[in-house]
Design a protein around this ligand. Structure first.
Ligand SMILES: [Mg+2]
Length: 276
């Protein structure tokens, strides 16, 4: 049996406050030794995820911008995965419209909602850095988005709802995060997981696969629902995601990377005891 692990980053593998993942390092190395793929699946952008892949020597595919696209290293599956195109060293499968599509719609709404919002592209790295309490370097990476546009809402609540209604009518998926309202298409982490799994299966048709997903937020729910085992990572600041499933669903005792490590290890051990 081949196990595949899909993990959210912020608040799951990475500590919510410090972005540290020290408690998970030993198990990350062990996964590598046991040839268990670890697939990062985040609302972060490609350029934000790449440094973590380098730091953890991760050479597996990864899911960006909340399931908007999957990046597959060029030689990973031995051939071009269907429906992809080449971008730098990766095959890219898109599940959502590009950022430019949403910027066009926002430009149209700019008239009607004058002085009510400031988008990332309007703010630029300096403005994003101030609004998000990031360094300018971090803000520059956060602004290199391909599928989504976060914005700061500065208008009133009634106009905000009218604005969201307009965007939904235009086919957008609108999510309120801690600071920003984020606009993107309807890709999700679950569809991205299923797409990747079909390629693992195609590469090893005789193999049986067991998928494990880990996440701490509602945007992880489609991925948690789509996997064989779901591990909900406890958050110090947020309610747990609401899931339909009950079987093979664990909740960590500890927060963030410590919970990630302890519960994933227990799950792997019990799978091994059952299947050898
Ligand atoms: Mg998270």
């Amino acid at each position: 049996m081949q196990v595949l692990v899909f993990t959210d980053l912020d608040g799951t593998l990475l500590d919510h406050h410090t972005y540290d993942y020290e408690p998970a390092k030993a198990l990350i190395n062990e996964l590598q030794q046991r040839k268990i793929p670890l697939v990062f699946s985040s609302s972060k952008t490609m350029v934000e995820i790449e440094p973590l892949r380098q730091a953890t020597h991760n050479h597996h595919p990864f899911i960006v911008e909340n399931g908007s696209a999957v990046y597959v290293p060029k030689d990973y599956f031995g051939r071009k995965p269907y429906g992809t195109f080449l971008r730098e060293e990766y095959w890219v499968k898109e599940f959502a419209e590009p950022r430019a599509h949403w910027l066009q719609i926002l430009e149209r709404l700019n008239q009607q909602f004058q002085n009510c919002f400031e988008s990332f592209s309007q703010l630029g790295p300096g403005g994003i850095a101030r609004a998000a309490e990031l360094s300018v370097a971090e803000a520059t990476l956060a602004n290199q988005r391909q599928y989504s546009e976060p914005l700061l809402w500065t208008g009133d609540a009634i106009k905000r709802q009218a604005f969201i209604n307009e965007l939904v009518r235009a086919g957008a998926f609108v999510q309120q995060g801690g600071r920003f309202l984020t606009i993107n298409g309807n890709g999700d982490k679950g569809s991205a997981l299923r797409w990747l799994l079909s390629h693992y299966r195609e590469r090893q048709p005789k193999q049986t696969f067991h998928t494990i997903s880990l996440g701490d937020s509602q945007n992880d729910a489609p991925m948690l629902e789509a996997s064989d085992t779901a591990i909900v990572v406890r958050s110090p600041v947020k309610d747990m995601p609401r899931l339909q499933r009950q079987s093979q669903t664990q909740v960590t005792t500890d927060y963030g990377p410590l919970g990630w490590s302890n519960t994933l290890r227990e799950t792997l051990d019990s799978l091994e005891a059952r299947h050898g």
